[in-house]
Design a protein around this ligand. Structure first.
Ligand code: AMP
Ligand code: GLY
Length: 427
């Protein structure tokens, strides 16, 4: 079978790597891919949002199955366009992708379908939003969360514990700092607890959670520094114990499934629920309509079944027939980033030690890399996701960092405490 994967990050390298293990896959194309992806797939230089070009390519190459990785092409409607061109594809329709593309749409969906989430109000201008924020603090709120409505590459959210910070961020949204994404602003109750990521497959008839995971969003150790796309992840997330998982299933996933059925949303792909485990149970922070990155690195390293089979069953509406077998061994992914990330950083430094890291038993997933004059160099903020399994979480952490320590490029950095919450819960 010929498969086309769309995207160029650590998520897409992970998906290509796992799909390449399938006995029925004999060719993978990845648009546009990266230096790591090039080891398992043929990279094609097409932008992820060039819908027509991607569809033409898939038709010309007689691609049997397509997997769309990132949110931007999903929200732009790539799944619909590929389907119109007769290509079988894994991913939600354009309208269903609004569950990630519009925070307002997602919040309404949660409220309409009884899915536990933070209280929120939506505004289209600054004055009433400011009044609402000031009033919330006056009534004793310990914090407030401001969210620009549309896609803002993870930057459109501010968790503020101080009224002026909240007001300033809200104003900057309306002033266009996030472009069109900020023309509508959600002001949300601040939830307290521990976050976890729940990834689940759905074909619109069945919903099946994958093993739990947790991301580390802040740039530096001890959860300090600015927010990033994610500096590391591990699976399972011990905060999601059996009791919490039962609540996630009954209150969130079952209601999600009923909701997409009632609203007629065509969703045959992956739902990623960002959850806050509060004193009053799990509450939804956000929906994403694609695999979490770097969560997927850790999760896929634990999947013993054939990913292609599972994805095809999902796309065909036969998810209930799919078999998912997981390793009990935890997995840890440590992200190595370019110095300066998430701010500006220098590109083009040669990355060394990749083979030595692989010899340590880790899988090194590439994100922002490319090959220049035979050398692999950094070209993005998040560069590598060094991922390893172990017999327990401590062993998985040690295995991942042993591999990390073999890799180097100028100014690279990583967090040294990935998995610390899981370790603390084990003690
Ligand atoms: P979002 O893109 O909506 O997931 O927000 C990004 C991050 O902001 C989340 O992963 C949380 O760390 C934080 N966040 C979002 N909403 C809330 C909330 N209501 N209370 C506390 N933290 C939140
Ligand atoms: N790791 C968070 C995300 O993929 O959005």
């Amino acid at each position: 079978m010929k498969v086309m994967v769309v995207g160029s990050g650590g998520r897409e390298h992970t998906l290509c790597w796992k799909l390449n293990q399938s006995p029925v896959v004999n060719k993978i194309f990845c648009a546009p891919g990266n230096a790591g992806i090039a080891e398992v797939a043929e990279c094609v230089d097409i932008d992820v949002c060039d819908l027509e070009k991607l569809a033409d390519f898939a038709k010309k190459e007689e691609v049997d199955f397509a997997v769309v990785g990132p949110e931007a092409p999903l929200c732009a409607g790539l799944v619909d366009v590929l389907k119109e061109n007769g290509i079988k594809v894994f991913g939600p329709s354009k309208i269903a992708a609004q569950l990630e593309g519009s925070k307002d749409f997602a919040k309404q969906f949660m409220l309409n379908h009884n899915i536990p989430t933070a209280k929120a109000a939506s505004f289209s201008s600054a004055k009433p939003a400011e009044e609402y924020i000031r009033n919330e603090f006056a009534e004793g709120a310990k914090g407030i969360v401001i969210k620009a409505d549309g896609l803002a590459a993870g930057k459109g959210v501010c968790v503020a514990d101080e009224v002026e910070t909240a007001v300033d961020f809200m104003r900057s949204c309306f002033e266009g700092v996030f472009g069109g994404a900020g023309s509508q602003v959600l002001v949300e109750e601040c939830l307290f607890g521990e976050e976890a990521s729940i990834l689940a497959l759905t074909d619109g008839k069945t919903i099946v959670p994958l093993v739990s995971s947790q991301d580390h969003k802040r740039a530096y150790d001890n959860d300090e520094g600015p927010n990033t796309g994610g500096m590391g992840a591990y699976s399972p997330a011990p905060v999601v114990d059996d009791e919490i998982m039962a609540q996630v299933n009954s209150q969130i996933l079952d209601n999600f499934l009923k909701g997409i059925q009632e609203d007629g949303l065509d969703f045959k792909g992956l739902l990623f629920v960002g959850v806050m485990v509060t004193e009053n149970g799990p509450k939804v922070l956000e929906f994403n309509v694609r695999f979490g990155d770097p969560e997927v690195q850790a999760v896929m390293c634990r999947l013993d079944s054939d990913l292609l089979g599972v994805m095809m069953k999902t796309a065909e509406g036969k998810l209930s027939e799919a078999e998912l077998v997981w390793s009990d061994d935890p997995a840890v992914c440590v992200v190595m980033a370019s110095g300066g990330y998430p701010g500006s950083y220098k590109k083009g430094y040669e990355i060394t030690g990749l083979d030595a890291a692989a010899e340590e038993g880790a899988v090194v997933f590439h994100a922002g890399t490319s090959k220049q004059e035979g050398k692999i160099v950094n070209t993005g903020g998040r560069v590598l996701g060094v991922t390893a399994r172990g017999k327990d979480i401590a062993a998985a952490i040690a295995n991942a960092y042993r591999a990390v320590d073999k890799i180097h490029w100028q100014d690279c950095f990583c967090r040294r405490d990935i998995g610390f919450r899981a370790l603390a819960r084990e003690k």
